[in-house]
Every structure is written in structure tokens, then in C-alpha cells.
Ligand binder design. Structure first.
Ligand code: ADP
Ligand code: MG
Length: 397
């Protein structure tokens, strides 16, 4: 089987596609993309089970756009999905992906839109069609769509679509594609109907399974320390030193705090970069690459700027401020523990934050251990055990 990939570089993408991924700020493929793209490029049929939000659109979008043959005037890829909204969304993401590929035409065909308008977009000879089953079948019946030269057929949200009663429409559509069409199915669950279609239309199939968040979660030992104001700087430095941390991310709630914290850490001799929404995307990508390559050790960031960050060996995440949203807490600490399946998080709290912390613990089902200083200035658990010993012995597993 094909090895899965870690970076977009490994895919040897065209410069146009790479450029649009850069522009969107996507630094690394999501797991479903990492597994699916090489399989699709190698021509396999794929059945992928992955939860919502896992990046399925580009998992099929990238290989489809990259595989287009501009010397062919026929439809080369068809994406069938259950709703009009999804059609529009998929098409708009694919257009963004193909923003620097001027020859790519994408048509959306769904019910509720005047069919004449769709005739017009079909006259532009789209290579890619995104459609709902009923309207697509309508076009096939009228002869305005011909799928006889389709190379890839995708069923997105297959379980939803088949559950909605589209199974016979989907069969009729697939029956008009060549027998050797690459068939790719994406589904949150593998239902009986999904299996039926797979058995009937897939041959050279590879299964891809992406577990939802929660399953397979890395072990992240989470701590809190009562600290506030500028004292947090020294506390961060102490933790970094006592645990010998090499790569950390510090989360702040505001851009101004990012600037302040970065400056102070720089003055303390740390190698630091700040990341927030006012920094242009190109510069942000550059900073992220630097962090990944190890050209500096401390990244200070806001939640927004940290979207999509995927750096493997982050030793620890600091919550300089308690996040405003419970969900952010999970997103933040999820930046650590990726490579070694083990990570650390430290949240600074004030007496006033007790209520917020309780809420976070409840919402995230987290166990958060309080730490403090002993008389020698070493960080310890309430039991007196040295933090460094506790961490090295993995007593939180
Ligand atoms: P799904 O179809 O699995 O629900 P989508 O394909 O709609 O997920 O993607 C979910 C979100 O993640 C979208 O906002 C998309 O732009 C974003 N996204 C996709 N791929 C990446 C990536 N490699 N890095 C960061 N964000 C991504
Ligand atoms: Mg989707």
C-alpha cells in the first residue's frame, strides 16, 4: 500500500495548486488528505470513513484538479453529493483551489436552479461537475451531460445521500460512467447502502479510516498554575528550564498580548516569533515554516492565527490567558503530543478563574493537575512530587 504523506511537498503538486494552498494558509495535509491523495493519484478506488471537518473536499479535490487533462473537452470528474448547499460549497472550495489554473471549469448542477442557466455553464465544457443526483440524472437524460469519459467519480457524504433515497439515482448515474472509472466514496459512517454501492462499483478498493477526535487522542498531561500579570513570564521560563522543553507554543487571547509576551521573552533571551491575525498570510506561512524547521523555539500566537498549525514535536502548550471558549482549550492543547503521542499543557489561572477552570474541565473531560513552587523554587505537584519527575515517569497516563 502507498505510504501516507506528511507534507504537501511530498505530493509534488503543480506550482499553481501549491500557490493556492499557500494563499489559503494550509500548511500540511489533514490525515484524510494525507491518506487519500496518494491513493487517488495511483488510481485506486477509495472508501473513506472520516468525520465532518476532516478536510474531505481537498482529499478528492487536489488529485482531481491535478489529474485533469486539458486536451480533453469532456467531463473528467463528477462529484455527487446530497444537497444544493453542499454542491455550492464544494464548487467554491474547488474554485479557490484552482484559482491559478485558468483552464479549469467547474459546473454545479442542482435542483431548484433554472436548468437553462446550467445549460450555459455546461457549454463552457467543464472538466468537473458537482451535482445532486436528481438534477444530474435529468441532464444525463436530456443529453446535456455525458459521463462516458469520466475518469473519477466521487460520492461525497455517501451515507447521507443514500439514506435520503437517492440510491437508485446514484446507480443510474454510475451506470453511465465507464466501467473502469475510479470510484471514490466519502462517508461519516459505512452503512449497509454504502457497502452495497461499494461492492457493486468498486474494484481496486482501499479503505481509509480516520477516527474522530477523542479516539486515538494523544496523552497530554495538563497542569494549571496560579499566576497572573508579568509573573507569568518568569513562570514560563521556570517551567521551560526545569522540564528542559525545546519547542513550545504560547497562546494569548489578544494580538496586543502576543506582542507584549514576545517582546518580553526575547528580552529574556528566548528565540521567539509572534503570530496573529494582523500579520499577512505569507509572512505567517514563513514564520510557521521557521517554527517547523526549528529556527526558533517559542511561538506566541492567538487562536485565530494558530488555525491549521501542524507541527510535530511541540513539547508543551502554554495558556498565557485562559481561552474564551472551551473549545479553544482543546484546539490549543491539541497542538502538542502529535509525534510522540505525549504532550504537556500549562494554564495560568488567577483566583478569579476558578469557575472558568471548572467549566473547562467539565466541558473537555480533562484532568488538570495544579502545580506550585516548593521552598527551593522547584515546581511540584500538591503531593510534593517534583513536576520534572512526575513528567519523566509519565505518572499521568
Ligand atoms: P469535511 O468535508 O471533511 O467536513 P472540509 O473539506 O469541508 O471537511 O474541510 C473543513 C475545513 O478545513 C474547511 O474550512 C477547509 O477549508 C479546511 N481545510 C481543509 N484542508 C485543510 C488543511 N490541509 N489545512 C487546514 N485547513 C484545511
Ligand atoms: Mg465535506
Amino acid at each position: 500500500m502507498t505510504d501516507s504523506i506528511k507534507s504537501f511537498d511530498q505530493l509534488k503538486l503543480s506550482s499553481q495548486i501549491q500557490k493556492s494552498l499557500d494563499r489559503m494558509g494550509f500548511l500540511a495535509p489533514t490525515p484524510v488528505q494525507a491518506q487519500t491523495i496518494p491513493l487517488m493519484v495511483d488510481g485506486y478506488d477509495v472508501i473513506a470513513k472520516a468525520p465532518t471537518g476532516s478536510g474531505k473536499t481537498f482529499a478528492f479535490g487536489i488529485p482531481i484538479v491535478e489529474g485533469l487533462d486539458y486536451s480533453i473537452a469532456d467531463i473528467q470528474a463528477v462529484i455527487v453529493c446530497p444537497t444544493r448547499e453542499l454542491c455550492i460549497q464544494i464548487a467554491s472550495e474547488l474554485r479557490e483551489l484552482a484559482a491559478f489554473c485558468p483552464k479549469v471549469h467547474i459546473a454545479t448542477l442542482y435542483g431548484g436552479q433554472p436548468i437553462a442557466k446550467q445549460f450555459k455553464s455546461l457549454k463552457r465544457q467543464p472538466q468537473i461537475v458537482v451535482a445532486t443526483p436528481g438534477r444530474l440524472l435529468d441532464h444525463i437524460g436530456r443529453g446535456t451531460v455525458w459521463l462516458g469519459n469520466v475518469y473519477t467519480a466521487v460520492l461525497d457524504e455517501a451515507d447521507e445521500m443514500l439514506k435520503m433515497g437517492f440510491i437508485s439515482d446514484v446507480r443510474k448515474i454510475l451506470n453511465t460512467t465507464p466501467a473502469d472509472t475510479q470510484m471514490v466514496m466519502f462517508s461519516a459512517t459505512i452503512s449497509r447502502e454504502v457497502m452495497d454501492i461499494a461492492w457493486q462499483y468498486q474494484r481496486n478498493t482501499v479503505e481509509v479510516k480516520i477516527s474522530s477526535e477523542g479516539e486515538n487522542r494523544p496523552k497530554i498531561a495538563q497542569f494549571s498554575l496560579v499566576s497572573s500579570g508579568n509573573r507569568r513570564h518568569q513562570d514560563m521560563l521556570n517551567i521551560i528550564e526545569q522540564l528542559d522543553l525545546h519547542r513550545v507554543i504560547v497562546f494569548c487571547n489578544m494580538k496586543s498580548t502576543v506582542r507584549h509576551v514576545s517582546n518580553r521573552l526575547i528580552k529574556s533571551g528566548c528565540s521567539v516569533q509572534g503570530l496573529h491575525g494582523d500579520i499577512p498570510q505569507r509572512r505567517r506561512n514563513h514564520i510557521m515554516n521557521g517554527f517547523r524547521n526549528g529556527s526558533f523555539n517559542v511561538l506566541v500566537a492567538t487562536d485565530v492565527a494558530a488555525r491549521g498549525i501542524d507541527v510535530e514535536d511541540v513539547d508543551a502548550v502554554f495558556n498565557y490567558d485562559i481561552p474564551d471558549e472551551n473549545e479553544y482549550y482543546l484546539h490549543r492543547i491539541g497542538r502538542t503530543g502529535r509525534a510522540k503521542q505525549r504532550g504537556l499543557s500549562f494554564t495560568f489561572v488567577t483566583e478569579n478563574d476558578t469557575f472558568r477552570m471548572r467549566d473547562i474541565k467539565k466541558y473537555t473531560h480533562s484532568q488538570i493537575t495544579e502545580i506550585e513552587y516548593n521552598e527551593q523554587g522547584r515546581l511540584v505537584l500538591k503531593s510534593g512530587t517534583l513536576l520534572s519527575e512526575a513528567v519523566n515517569n509519565n505518572i499521568f497516563d
